[in-house]
Design a protein around this ligand. Structure first.
Ligand SMILES: Cc1ncc(COP(=O)(O)O)c(C=O)c1O
Length: 398
């Protein structure tokens, strides 16, 4: 075939986190000794009540099409959760069940973005955001949250980044990859600028239950924000349901209507059975997620301690999510035993994978080439093994 494929698609990069996870899984399948802390995937099984809810749904024949926006009972349960836990007031018409939070981010951007619109993305950022913005014809505008400011951006930085083309800001709180958590006060100062500049806000809250210091505040709960914010959430992280592919958008009514239309044409709806599983999760409440948080906190502390055995500048202790974003720049310019000079985070991760069988993600994927990202949503034994490999690999550089 010689006819050109979509130019818009040629401009987007494949997800590096997905690529590394896929490569690590392939290497393991090929019999190689590989430890992967690449994917952000809790190592616990999906809780039993959720599995039971799904099995019951299948046995009761809940296997047909649902409404494009999802089953009413599930959307009602989402509204109750948002009210109870986040102080957010939504009607079921404002909730759209999606095939995971990633799909919910896509829906939100698809509803908002016209070609040429600028979308502000605080960096470091989750890999998917800029690529989706570009795919939809928008322009990602990065605002750097430096290590000194705990990787968070300030209201002044946000204001300085706004132009007449700025349409929206994408906030990920708690943040993947940095684990930073915005306090109420910090969010309020950002919200003031968002309102002043009349921007939309996409608030990705998938790690809301994993806050170790401080407490979680939804951007949508602040003054002037409900009418301009699309809340993104999902079940992958909170309920160990990565493979079920279920999440949601909670949006102002006119935006929710558009998202429903997009979804009705693109995918119809997320799996009927997964929606019933999500209902089971919502009926369970968040106790299992809170229990996981305690385990993750111990693992976080372990990772900080172990990695600081080799890092001159230790990683910032993350306040939330389940990632460690560790600075590795001090190893750039050093040589591998095979004589190759390491000059960036991609080369360092490649070396660690090839030499030590350790899969972690280069910071470059998240807009910060000085770091690498570990996911610590893995068993204690896996983390110990990964840290041993990390330290051993770095010690071999000269
Ligand atoms: C910040 C953020 N948002 C969304 C997602 C996607 O989650 P889901 O599995 O629900 O699509 C992830 C997954 O890594 C994430 O880190």
């Amino acid at each position: 075939m010689t006819l050109p494929l979509s130019t818009r698609t040629q401009n987007i990069a494949a997800s590096l986190t997905v690529a590394i996870d896929t490569l690590a899984k392939q290497m393991i399948a090929d019999g190689k000794d590989v430890v992967s802390l690449g994917a952000g995937e809790p190592d616990f099984p999906t809780p039993e009540p959720i599995r039971e809810a799904a099995i019951k749904a299948i046995n009761e024949g809940k296997t047909r099409y649902t409404a494009p926006v999802g089953i009413l009972d599930v959307r009602k349960a989402v509204c109750e959760k948002l009210e109870r836990e986040n102080g957010l007031h939504y009607a079921p018409e404002q909730i759209i069940m999606t095939s995971g939070a990633k799909h919910a981010v896509f829906n939100a951007l698809a509803a908002l973005i016209n070609p040429g619109d600028e979308v502000i993305i605080p960096a470091p950022y989750w890999v998917t955001y800029p690529e989706l913005v570009k795919w939809l014809g928008g322009t990602p505008v990065f605002v750097q949250g430096s290590r000194e400011q705990d990787f968070k951006i300030t209201a002044d930085q946000l204001r300085a980044a706004c132009t007449e083309k700025t349409k929206a800001i994408l906030i990920n709180n708690p943040c993947n990859p940095t684990g930073s958590v915005y306090s109420r006060q910090e969010l309020e100062s950002l919200a003031k600028v968002i309102v002043e500049k009349d921007l939309y806000c996409i608030s990705d809250e998938v790690y809301e239950y994993f806050v170790y210091n401080g407490s979680f505040v939804s951007a949508a709960s602040l003054d002037g924000m409900p009418e301009r914010t699309i809340v993104i959430n999902g079940f992958s992280k909170s309920y160990c349901m990565t493979g079920w592919r279920i999440g949601y958008d909670a949006a102002p009514a006119p935006i929710a209507k558009i998202i429903g239309k997009i979804q009705g044409q693109a995918v119809h709806h997320p799996s009927n059975v997964a929606q019933y599983a999500a209902l089971g999760a919502l009926q369970m409440g968040n106790a299992s997620a809170i229990a996981m948080r305690e385990v993750f906190q111990k693992r976080r502390d372990y990772m900080v301690r172990r990695t600081s055995e080799i890092l001159t500048v230790p990683a910032k202790v993350p306040d939330g999510a389940f990632y460690l974003f560790a600075p590795v720049q001090e190893f750039y310019g050093k040589k591998t035993p095979a004589g190759k000079t390491i000059s960036n985070s991609v080369e360092l991760c490649q070396y660690l994978l090839e030499s030590e069988g350790l899969a972690i993600v280069p910071g470059a994927a998240f807009g910060d080439d000085t770091c690498v990202r570990f996911s610590y949503a893995a068993s204690d034994k896996t983390l110990e093994d990964a840290c041993d490999r990390f330290i051993r690999g770095l010690q071999k550089l000269s």
